[in-house]
Each structure stands twice: as C-alpha cells, then as structure tokens.
Design a protein around this ligand. Structure first.
Ligand code: ADP
Length: 396
C-alpha cells in the first residue's frame, strides 16, 4: 500500500510517499515558509528536484499543493489520490496518554490536545496537519506516531525528577523523552544487523543530530533516555544547552537582567556547540575550525564527546551491561572522529574501534573490531519509514 508520511511543523511540512510493500520512497519533499510566502521542493524518485514558489497562507494550501504534485502528469508518481491508502503523521508529545501509535479519530485528537501543554509550539502544528489531511483526504485511514511513545516503557525510577511529587501528580512533570521513532527504528535494525533477537540485547542508541538524545534499550524497550519533559534536557546539542545546574538560570537572569523567556531562548537557541564554540551549530564548521587551529572549537568537540560518553556510561550502569553502542543521525552517521572519540572512553568494557570499518559515512556498519566485547555500530535512522511501518500495522 502507499502511505503518505507527514511531518508538520508550525511553518514547514515534510512529506514522503512510501510504497510499504517495497519500502521504496516514491516521492518526497518539503513545504517551507507556510504563512509567510511559501515554497515547495518536490522530488519524485529518480527525477530532479522541482522548486515551486506558491502562496501558502496556511497548511491547507501547502498540503493541497503537495497532493497536486503527487498526482501531477509530469512530476507526479500516482494517477489519483485513490492510490494513497493511508496517512502517517509524526506527532510530538503524547504525554502518558500514548504508549504506542494510534489511529486518528475525533477522540484521539481530543486526547492529543490534552498533551499540548507539554509542547505548546509543536503539538498544535502537527494537529493542523492532521486536520487538513482529514479535510482533503476524507475517509483515508490515518495514524499518529509519537516521538514520546517508545519511551513510555521507562520505569518510574528513570522518569521521576527529584522535585515535589505533587508536580508529577498535578501536572505530569516527568521525563518523557523524544526521538522515540528513531531510537526504535535503530534498535530494531541493530538487532537485525547483529543477527540477534532484540529481546536478548542491551543497546545504547546515540541519536546525534542537531537535536541529540541517547536511549538505553533493554530487550527492545526504552528503559531510560536523556531528553526530559522537553527536548532541552540531556546532551549538549547544536544550539541547546542540554543539562545545566538549574541555579545557572537565576544567576544569568540576575547578572544580565533578563527574564525566564529570554533565558530559555538562550538555552534553546544560543547554547550548545554554537554557544560553546562561537563558530556554528554545525559540526562540519566546528571540525573545520578545529583543524584550522581554533582552540575553542577543538575544546567544544572534546566537551561534546565527553558528555555523550558520560551518558553512555550511565546507561551501561542502568542496564547492568551493554551489547552494542549505536550511532545515528546527522553527526552520528557522518562523523567518524566523534564516534571514535566517544568509543575511546569504553576501552574498560572491551570495546575496540576498527579504524577501517569506522571510515564510513551514512552507511550501516559494525565499526568495532571482530573481537570487541561490546559492538559499536553506525546505523542510519529512517523515521519516515518507521512511521510508514507503524501506520501499516494499524490500518491493515
Ligand atoms: P536534525 O536534528 O535537524 O534532524 P540531523 O540529524 O539532520 O539533524 O543532523 C544535522 C547535523 O548533523 C548538522 O547540524 C551537522 O552538525 C551534523 N552533520 C551532518 N553531516 C555531517 C558531516 N559530514 N560531518 C559532521 N557533522 C555532520
């Protein structure tokens, strides 16, 4: 069947049309600047990208244009909308309400709305996409796939914060975690690559992209993850600070005479490797600067890898062991030096990197030596394919 996968943001929308039988992408693209002016980049498989500037005052015009292109005589890949059999929506925050993907119904949407307080920017945006698709593709089965769902298996000891329990009871303040679709996909694929049953494996997935998180996957279940109530917690990221002493917030607020909103903008948008290096949020720029002798850039890379290693180490303790440490997402898939640097902290576990095997980009590979006690792998993530699979599982 053909599944349209939609990832809707407040001013952008990514899509892929996937043939679930062959798992081939038939077409993919991106609408940008929705509500501002509007631009669509559409790529049918095996053909050149097409860029169309068209007014997109709302997501309705954006999705209408996507559907038009998918069925277009020249740029299209299907002859009519009847050939779209189901729609899978990437959803952000399902709170404690969604421990797995769910069929879109009126009731389901109402439940998602109760989770909007946890992701006030992202959740409403994804719901706009759902509502527009229901309007333009009436009667098509649709599924919501949540970033938080995979982590709902975490035990209480992993998700509770050391703050008054009433905030958990009254408001649901706890660790939820994100990137769940990616962590699940990568963990499942790791088990396949290793030729083992996932129930028998302890896997640590390092999703290192612009946003970054680490998950401990024990027997196929997430038992701990580094992001929290929001995606700000955990690792140092492109522009997000990750963990800091909460006291830092008040200290900077006082010194700089700014409020909580500005502080959070700094922690979300001006921190991370961008703030540390003063160079860029993109590791390619930081790598280049470090190589050119910029000491702060070199230091940033060290701080980054050290923080990742500390999380990995803590998850080895959480699971009382580890079979595989896996790297994915933009940085994890492409940067052999950072993989090597992170793995160098785990010699005590018997992990040895094979420099030749590790000399790859964006490809699946076991990057540890054959006799390494703990395996290290590079496994490209594919959130869209995971959303497609989850959609098929629910609509079939
Ligand atoms: P997002 O969180 O936006 O989905 P990605 O997973 O696409 O992010 O990762 C993007 C990041 O990956 C870039 O900002 C960059 O830091 C890093 N990256 C991508 N390619 C490379 C590369 N060849 N070498 C080093 N870092 C890279």
């Amino acid at each position: 069947m053909n599944v349209l996968v939609i990832n809707c943001g407040s001013s952008s929308l990514k899509y892929q049309l996937i043939d679930s039988d062959t798992e081939q992408v038939l077409a993919k693209g991106l609408c940008e600047r929705i509500g501002i002016d509007g631009a669509l980049t559409h790529q049918p498989a095996g053909k050149d990208k097409i860029k169309i500037d068209a007014p997109m005052p709302t997501h309705t015009e954006a999705i209408a244009l996507v559907l038009e292109q998918l069925t277009d005589k020249e740029n299209g890949v299907i002859s009519s909308l009847d050939e779209i059999n189901a729609v899978g929506h990437r959803m952000v925050h399902g709170g404690e309400k969604f421990a797995c993907s769910a069929l879109v119904t009126d009731e389901m949407i109402e439940t998602v709305e109760t989770c909007n307080i946890f992701a006030p920017l992202h959740n409403p945006a994804t719901l706009i996409g759902v509502n527009v698709c229901r309007e333009l593709l009436p009667g098509k089965p649709m599924v919501g796939v949540f970033d938080t769902a995979f982590h709902q298996t975490m035990p209480e000891k992993a998700y509770l914060y050391g703050i008054p329990y009433e905030y958990y009871e009254k408001y649901g303040v706890r660790r939820y975690g994100f990137h769940g679709t990616s962590h699940k996909f990568v963990a499942l694929r790791t088990a396949e690559i290793l030729g083992k049953n996932i129930e028998d494996l302890k896997i640590i997935v390092c999703h290192l992209g612009n946003g970054a998180s680490i998950t401990a996957v024990d027997g196929g279940k997430s038992v701990d993850t580094s992001m929290g109530l929001t995606p700000l917690e955990g690792l140092i990221m492109g522009t997000r600070s990750g963990d800091v002493d909460p006291g830092v917030l008040e200290f900077i607020a006082k010194q700089e005479n700014i409020g909580i909103k500005e502080i959070l903008t700094i922690l979300n948008k001006k921190s991370g490797v961008l703030g540390l290096s003063g160079v860029s949020s993109d590791f390619r720029d930081i790598d280049a600067a470090a190589e050119a002798g910029n000491e702060r850039a070199a230091e940033t890379l060290e701080v980054y890898a050290y923080h990742v290693a500390k999380y990995v180490g803590s998850y080895v303790a959480a699971m009382n062991g580890v079979d595989a440490i896996v790297f994915t997402a933009g940085l994890g898939e492409n940067d052999k030096k950072i993989r090597e640097e992170i793995c160098s902290y785990f010699g005590y576990l018997g992990l040895t990197i094979d420099p030749v095997a590790n000399d790859i980009r964006g490809k699946e590979a076991i990057i540890s030596t054959q006799d390494s006690k703990v395996k290290a792998l590079c496994v490209p993530t594919n959130e869209e394919l995971m959303i497609c699979r989850e959609t098929v599982a629910l609509v079939k």
